[in-house]
Write a protein of this length. Structure first.
Length: 313
């Protein structure tokens, strides 16, 4: 059955990410299938969108979806942190990060993101670079595997799972997503197999994060995005788990405060000034109706900040 793509928190994103003037540029840092970009292109007839994504297959889907907007939309095949590290173009009015993996990757990519499918165990968004998950589970030392699964998946049984993976690979290479899921299923205690989450969920998340260096990219890119924004421009970040949300929360807090002195310093001596104001003091989450209609949105959190005028900084 063909899936239907719904951009998460679409009403909240449109309500909170408001361009300071007519026209301007939105940089959609995680273009995906173009759902959020389409919302902005429809609402703001003079706004232009530059969409970034590392996966050329999903960019092709977005280009097809947004073809009717002509030259108001352009897409670039790149990681968002690489893009911002060298970008010297027009200052954006809006920047949006939607850090979740697209439903496309689970349903159509064929790269092993879903533990419910029998697919090649890859999970790279950019399959031309870096190690695949199959490479990792077949070559990483047991301690390193356990550390990855614990740190990036917050998986309590990481040691047991890593040991089971290493025991299995002594006989057979692990090449399929459902094969890895079965190894994990057998490794965890029986009582852990029937909870709300499939026992492979956290391990698959961890290995995907490792393969794509997902967490390493967030803070440098968001920091640079804030620097590039026009005054009163806004940046929004949608995260799907605490490992994504936590660094954004602390970064926004630091940029809104401006001071980088140690917490125990008796007074501020750094001379730092705030560069943003927080539009959302607490993260915005989906309504019960959205969570029911679009289950992948259930864990989404949106944080939005606005760049201060130069005189306010």
């Amino acid at each position: 059955m063909e899936y239907i793509h719904y951009p998460v928190l679409q009403h909240e994103v449109l309500e909170l990410l408001v361009p300071p003037t007519d026209g301007g540029l939105l940089i959609d840092c995680t273009l995906g299938e173009g759902g959020h970009s389409e919302l902005f292109l429809r609402k703001y007839p003079t706004l232009r969108v530059l969409g970034l994504d590392r996966d050329p297959k999903i960019i092709a889907k977005a280009r097809e979806r947004l073809a009717g907007f002509g030259d108001r939309f352009h897409a670039v095949n790149t990681w968002f942190d690489d893009f911002f590290s060298s970008y010297k173009g027009e200052a954006p009015s809006l920047v949006l990060f939607d850090l979740g993996i697209s439903v496309f990757h689970y349903e159509e990519s064929g790269r092993g993101f879903s533990f419910r499918k029998s697919e090649s165990l890859d999970m790279r968004l950019d399959d031309a670079n870096g190690l695949s998950v199959s490479d990792m589970v077949n070559t990483y030392a047991e301690d390193r595997l356990a550390d990855v699964i614990y740190q990036y998946g917050e998986e309590r049984y990481s040691r047991r799972i890593a040991a089971a993976i290493c025991a299995y690979r002594r006989t057979l290479a692990i090449t399929k997503s459902d094969e890895l899921a079965d190894i994990i299923w057998r490794a965890v205690p029986a009582g852990y197999r029937y909870g709300k989450l499939h026992p492979a969920t956290r391990s698959f998340q961890a290995l995907r994060i490792e393969a794509n260096r997902e967490l390493d990219r967030i803070v440098p890119a968001v920091t640079r995005a804030v620097e590039l924004l026009v005054p009163q421009g806004r940046v929004g970040v949608i995260s799907f788990h605490s490992l994504e949300d936590r660094p954004v929360k602390y970064l926004f807090r630091q940029l809104a405060d401006g001071c980088v002195c140690p917490p125990d310093a008796p007074r501020c001596t750094c001379g730092g000034k705030p560069s943003i104001t927080l539009i959302t003091r607490k993260p915005v989450v989906p309504t019960e109706e959205e969570a029911r209609m679009n289950p992948p949105s259930r864990s989404a959190k949106l944080r939005v900040a606005q760049k201060l005028e130069a005189s306010d900084e």
